[in-house]
Design a protein around this ligand. Structure first.
Ligand code: SAJ
Length: 399
């Protein structure tokens, strides 16, 4: 298992739990030591017990370098370099590290979200170093689609799409995943499997952009967008998603660029959806600015403002790539002697923001801004005369 992050470690733990010895590799020695001590470095329900048991029973071992095996899984990050260009250097480095170890009959699988053609590129890399292995090893792509916070369940029960560079590779990969996946295993080729992952997340990004665009239109039209969407979704075949303060996380907000950067002329909607979702966060920050100025004009004093939520989506503690955090930073950059109450119920403290309890914040603030629909916010009671900016449907009505 090359890569022991949010996907690599849970996958390694699951395979080891099925009594298949797993040698996990990570470039971070701290991660390696943590795992070898039976502990984990990520937050994921149930994972800690499975790792502890697997390490104790000797089925899971971590190191910074690979050893010879029979199945090699590449599960490393594929970030961006420059202007939204996918960076597959970690996939290449992981592949280079195992090429000397490959032998006839082995199986090589990439799980990392990758631009179309990456699996074939890695096949060429393997064969250029080891020409004697041509058509003697199996090479496939199998994306993951697990939801953070439910990974251990979804790794087992989600269907998987498995795409080999040839039929033998597809079949060998299906045989491997059959050991621990209970969901259906759908066969295809490597390029289709690569595109499938990108399309799953891009389709969601486009659907969210439609909802966000509606929220901008309704704001101008004097229509309650939450009521509108609820009514439209009464149609048996309509399912409009929820507007938010932007699209966060390192999946939905990122994967569409893998398509746009390779097919810029053809991916018009996909590219525009990214622009709309990014613009929504800027739009929300502007709305807070306007509300501040309106309050000061009306009351002759600076407002106290509650900023509700920092995480990238409801009911999690992950602030990475969070539009809410971006908006809070932007609002604070324009601060001018107002008092701010920043609320994030899923973390106890933050190295930059002083956090306030949600009840105290809505009590003390003159203006309440809902950025993330955390469950703790749904039961809050606000006096009717208090201006509320509800960007995420906590109250489902505008005050
Ligand atoms: N969001 C909205 N409105 C909505 C739904 C989501 O604004 O109606 C926002 C969220 O607030 C968040 C962002 O979109 O900022 C992404 O949220 P998400 O619910 O899509 O969750 P992720 O990014 O954690 O997980 C997605 C999932 N992909 C799909 O649902 C197609 C998950 O299955 C993938 O495995 C994951 O991306 C991934 O790792 O690719």
């Amino acid at each position: 298992m090359i890569g022991l992050g949010y996907i690599g470690l849970p996958t390694a733990a699951l395979i080891a739990k099925n009594r298949t010895p797993v040698h996990g590799v990570d470039i971070n020695p701290g991660v390696v030591d943590t795992i070898n001590s039976g502990k984990i470095h990520i937050v994921e329900p149930e994972l800690d017990q499975i790792v502890e048991d697997a390490v104790k029973e000797g089925y899971l071992k971590a190191a910074t370098t690979p050893v010879e095996g029979n199945v090699y899984l590449i599960v490393v990050p594929t970030p961006f370099k420059g202007k939204n260009e996918p960076d597959i250097s970690f996939v290449e480095a992981g592949t280079q590290a195992i090429i000397p170890l490959l032998k006839e009959g082995d199986l090589y699988i990439i799980e990392s979200t990758s631009p179309i053609g990456t699996t074939e590129k890695m096949m060429d890399l393997i064969y250029s170093s080891r020409p004697e292995l041509r058509d003697k090893v199996c090479i496939a792509y199998c994306p993951e689609r697990v939801l953070p916070g439910n990974v251990m369940d979804e790794l087992v029960h989600n269907d998987r799409v498995i795409g080999g560079v040839n039929e033998a590779s597809t079949n060998k990969a299906v045989e491997f995943y059959n050991q621990f996946v209970k969901g259906k295993l759908h066969k295809t080729n490597a390029r289709t499997a690569e595109m499938c992952k990108l399309v799953e997340n891009s389709s969601r990004d486009v659907q969210i952009a439609f909802a966000n665009e509606l929220s901008l239109i309704c704001d101008k039209a004097g229509i309650n967008v939450w009521e509108l969407i609820e009514l439209a979704n009464k149609h048996p075949r309509v399912n409009i998603l929820q507007p938010g303060c932007g699209v966060g996380g390192h999946c939905i907000a990122v994967d569409p660029y893998f398509i746009v950067s390779d097919y810029p002329m053809e991916s018009q909607i996909i590219g525009k959806a990214r622009e709309i979702n990014n613009y929504k966060s800027f739009w929300c920050a502007e709305k807070v600015q306007t509300a501040k100025l309106e309050f000061e004009l009306k009351h002759g004093r600076k407002p106290k403002i509650a900023l509700m939520g920092l995480a990238f989506k409801p009911n999690i503690d992950d602030l990475r790539e969070s539009p809410a955090k971006y908006i809070v930073q932007k609002v604070l950059q324009n601060a001018n002697n107002e008092e701010y109450f920043i609320v994030e119920p899923n973390i106890s403290s933050h190295k930059v923001f002083k956090l306030t309890d949600c009840h105290e914040a809505v009590q003390e603030a003159d203006i309440v801004v809902f950025l993330v629909a955390h469950k703790e916010f749904l039961s809050l009671k606000l006096s009717d005369d208090k201006p509320v900016l509800d960007f995420c449907g906590v109250f489902k009505k505008e005050h």
